[in-house]
Design a protein around this ligand. Sequence first.
Ligand code: CA
Length: 524
Amino acid sequence: MTNLKLICPIAGTVVLGMSLTACNQKNGKESPLNIVYIMTDDHTAQMMSCYDTRYIETPNLDRIAADGVRFTNSFVANSLSGPSRACMITGKHSCANRFYDNTTCVFDGSQQTFPKLLQKAGYQTALVGKWHLESLPTGFDWWEILPGQGDYYNPEFVTQQNDTIPRHGYVTDIITDDAIDWIENKRDKDKPFCLLIHHKAIHRNWMADTADLNLYEDKVFPVPETFYDDYAGRPAAAAQEMSIIKDMDLIYDLKMLAPGKDSRLKDTYIPMLDRMDPEQREAWDRFYAPIIKEFYSKAPEGKALAEWKFQRYMRDYMKTVKSLDDNVGRVLDYLEEKGLLENTLVVYTSDQGFYMGEHGWFDKRFMYEESMRTPLIMRLPDGFSRRGDITELVQNIDYAPTFLELAGAEIPEDIHGVSLVPLLRGEHPQDWRTALYYHFYEYPAEHMVKRHYGIRTDRYKLIHFYNDIDEWELFDLRNDPYELDNLYGREEYGHLADSLKASMLSLQEEYDDPVRFSTATDRY
Ligand code: CA
């Protein structure tokens, strides 16, 4: 499509280089696009049938991909909730937005974010659900957030008036109800809107809606090929504390609460149960009681216990996804019913991927594939004919410039990300990025994943674990997709490692990341 010079009625300015897609044709009039940006927590692509058919059916998420595009090389910049959210809302790496980790950082809400820039372009902006940036949201005309991680049952919400309001019900339903209510009743219908629907689900400890508890109990899932990984040649991988076998808690994670039984996180689980009303609690106990009884009577050990934990984890996670998928369907149905779908970009993503037993793990953090990747699908509005897979390397810093370009707003030069709009138009830009930069900082902390940064190209990945360790890892993703064979230090891969280091250093310079390696001392 040829770029045209258009006047966007909302931005109110002449926008050079904007395509016809930015202001949609409707009833002969140009009308700006709306954006509905749905993001879940810890929802990995293995658990979406539009990406992976081994485990679960997600028909509503699949509708988004079927009426639009699926990104097959979508990644985050820092695989952890708060930092990932800060990257996506600023379009910048952690070193620039300065929200490095969940334990020590408070997001500086005075900095530039895409919702603020959309407001300047005439958009109405709203946020409902998980926020997790510690400071209160800025740049939204309306917001309502969960405090911290929030609760699955009868959660509290913090409102724009800074009140904490208790609500009754299951969190995924409530967030969806309030999102639809905002579109229907609270917004200014003369303005285009950008609504962020950010779910708590599918975060640990995967507490399903009571309506979904009985699902998937007859399923037995194949144990991943790397479930019994011995981490040979990867000391940083060996040092983590996110193993299903060793670290997954029988009571908090797997709900095996019984008289006389104790666990490290039991006291975290009990207040979650105490939030339930009598009806919810009765349904919960009715479902879990026979499983708890059978578990303690059989008392599996060793490999049998490991695989029992894996199966329960998979079932709980899938049930939590089921409610999410149903609720995404409600949003799509609502937009369709109101005639909004044709003029709205619907984005679905997660704050990062997650391990479903690969390498023996749950959780995320590592730059390895399962957690550096994140699902990204988009239902495209009228005017965008692109369908199917987009294979270019994209990252969560790209969402901000994408939304800005779609809104006809200028993309500030200090944003690190790149607009995905050319890809949505079906273009294949010759100068598209060939490598992604990654940096994880939260250590020492829960799960004990060491600090690391690295570079990923379409074929190779180089990682440097630093701080209280100094270990490099190099993987050939084509020949070793599970990242088991660390090639770093082998003479025949020396030139490749040097070349990846040079590319990584240039990205560290481009993004002005002060934590860098020295090419002189790290060369071998
Ligand atoms: Ca997360």
